[in-house]
Ligand binder design. Sequence first.
Ligand code: PMP
Length: 360
Amino acid sequence: MTRVFNFSAGPAALPESVLRTAADEMLDWHGSGMSVMEMSHRGKEFIAIHAHAEQMLRELLAIPANYKVLFMQGGAIGENAIVPMNLLRGKASADYIDTGEWSKKSIKEAKKYAKVNVAASSAEQGYTCVPPRASWTLDPEAAYVHICSNETIGGVEYHWTPDTGAVPLVADMSSDILSRPIEVSKYGLIYGGAQKNIGPAGLTIVIVRDDLIGQALPITPSAFDYKQQADNDSMLNTPPTYAIYIAGLVFDWIKARGGLDAMATHNRAKAAVLYDYLDKSAFYSSPVKREDRSLMNVPFKLKDEALDEPFLKGAQARGMVQLKGHRSVGGMRASIYNAMPIEGVQSLVAYMKEFEAKHG
Ligand code: PMP
């Protein structure tokens, strides 16, 4: 068996040890005689798996007791509608910060439910940076301020937490959750799809301050009403049981590796290998402003677009896959989430050097 270095933006590489544990436990989870996939979500076995996953997430992120952890479905795109449906709380408008493709999607969807004020945008800079906090025109009456903490396509990441005063900060953290420690109490709500740093697609994580829930719009589907889900331990409907189980194994893996401080060190070191080389090379370039570069998704361009296909082919032949940039921006993108070992990035840079020597 040969495993590749998988640079996919998501669904993305998972820790190999997690996959091995899942394989070992596939037919018989802990002597239950069942696969986790076959268990009733209301049975004692799955309830223990679910409670463990929540407990581990709380521990890793040091989530305060007044925050609910919800395991939902619908993905981050679902949340683009679910957030305004739940968080408007009688207010008319919400503030959004526009930093790229994923912010744009959030804004478009929220407009179906609320008046949206785009309080800052980096569109004019071609989405290569985060607009400085001082330039934001926030409305003190807004229901919340929405950011995308890491633009998976553009490779732009907040390396600071915006202060939004009394207005709750809402963050789409789909692609950088668990990559570093965060102060949960600075946020009203954090959401993200699981398929990058957490586990399989199909699970959506929501962490929400408990005073913000319970005032969903009447049209809100019950399965997407945070209060109803919180009151039912995320089991108002059948939760994505297998994805929650794998997430729990990933949380155990993060803890065993030293938690989020260790993840942050590991992720900084990996990204530095790639950015240092991009900055030295005249053949490759990174479009993103230095201070706002993502540690998770590294887009880069080759000097000549005509070399993109040969570059990708050569990478594939060396066991490095999914490096093609998103169709909206072109070029390359290396997604280097928690599960990507530094050897993967070193091997990519070694190949990039070889390719540059040949074609530069
Ligand atoms: N937001 C961000 C930042 C993302 O990276 C993605 C997925 N790539 C989404 C939203 C959409 O997530 P989903 O497909 O799980 O709905």
